[in-house]
Design a protein around this ligand. Structure first.
Ligand code: NAP
Length: 291
């Protein structure tokens, strides 16, 4: 493996967000550039919301190949781009920008990464009953890709922001002309819905470090015929996943989605295929928790 050698020909990629200190993406991308001997470098940039427009103009001015976009810029970045991929446009959020000779196109590899994590385990969501917890940015991407796949979707969000779940369900029902239900994330609703659920997706931030002793679903409601996908990736094994495993359910962790979105962005940046396992190992090395 050679060290990254920067020259005038090196392709420059990166990630913008605020905060950005905990991102795993530079480690994931740079280690693959090294392993595959590609003339690219990937850097983290802390960009305040007020500077977003200037940062995006900088992609062209500085001739960057592309950027990933994370919280809080995934929606706000859209007006600064020249073109939108169809799925990213429907979702209304961008996590990858590609610069093709001064034309900036926005993609959403979060959504595609989520689907890839399912399909690579031979789980086809078409026609399945999916219970989606959360109605924030990530839940929106998951909701759209699942609706593209024609799942039967129910979205639950906590009471204070139930309107987010209702709005997302309405938007998905209109876009895909199918009925998407919404409700409150409560024990009563979970008890009622879990018995007929095939795939349970946690897209809330409940259980994320440092609050890793929390879970969005009481453990006694989990059962063996569920697939439980927790998109939280830090810790690697959340309480929800631990309890789902104990109940005999099949589990998928958020790192798989994170790595697949990275694989898909990497292919767009470099034009090269990257092995999922190698990028996953690079990400795991950066996670401070149990492997
Ligand atoms: P977000 O837009 O802030 O949404 C957070 C969601 O969690 C909202 O639905 C929020 O409900 C809910 N929530 C927060 N605290 C809660 C609580 N105590 N009880 C019940 N619900 C609660 O964040 P996001 O961007 O969607 O990210 C959500 C999680 O997904 C984060 O942990 C993030 O790291 C993870 N993520 C993973 C990947 C991946 O590749 N694996 C990609 C993106 C995000 P309200 O609407 O009521 O506030």
């Amino acid at each position: 493996m050679k060290d990254i050698k920067i020259s005038g020909k090196t392709g420059i990629c990166g990630i913008i967000g605020d905060p950005i200190e905990h991102t795993l993406s530079p480690a994931m991308h740079n280690s693959m550039y090294k392993t595959m001997n590609l003339d690219f470098v990937y850097l983290p940039f802390k960009v305040k919301s007020v500077d977003l427009g200037k940062a995006i103009a900088g992609i062209k001015a500085l001739n960057f190949r592309g950027l990933n976009v994370t919280i809080p810029h995934k929606v706000a970045v859209m007006p600064f781009l020249d073109k939108m991929d169809i799925l990213a446009d429907k979702i209304g959020a961008v996590n990858t920008i590609i610069n093709d000779n001064g034309i900036l196109t926005g993609y959403n590899t979060d959504a595609q990464g989520f689907l890839k994590a399912l399909v690579e385990r031979d789980i086809r969501p078409a026609g399945k009953n999916v219970l989606l917890l959360g109605a924030g940015g990530a839940a929106r991407a998951v909701g759209f890709i699942l609706s593209e796949e024609r799942t039967r979707l129910t979205i639950l969000n906590r009471k204070e922001e139930l309107s987010w779940a209702t709005d997302l369900a309405k938007c998905l029902s209109q876009t895909y002309s199918g009925k998407v239900k919404a409700g409150e994330l409560s024990r009563k609703n979970l008890e009622k819905l879990i018995p007929s659920t095939d795939i349970l997706v946690n897209a809330t931030s409940v259980g994320m470090s440092p609050d890793s002793n929390e879970t969005p679903v009481p453990g006694d409601l989990l059962c063996a015929n569920l697939v439980v996908f927790d998109i939280v990736y830090n810790p690697y094994q959340t309480r929800l996943l631990r309890e789902a495993k104990e109940a005999g359910a099949q589990t998928i962790n958020g790192l798989e989605m994170l790595v697949w979105q990275g694989v898909l962005a990497f292919e767009k940046f470099t034009g090269e295929k990257v092995p999922f396992e190698l990028m996953r190992e690079a990400a795991l090395k950066e996670l401070p928790h149990e492997k």
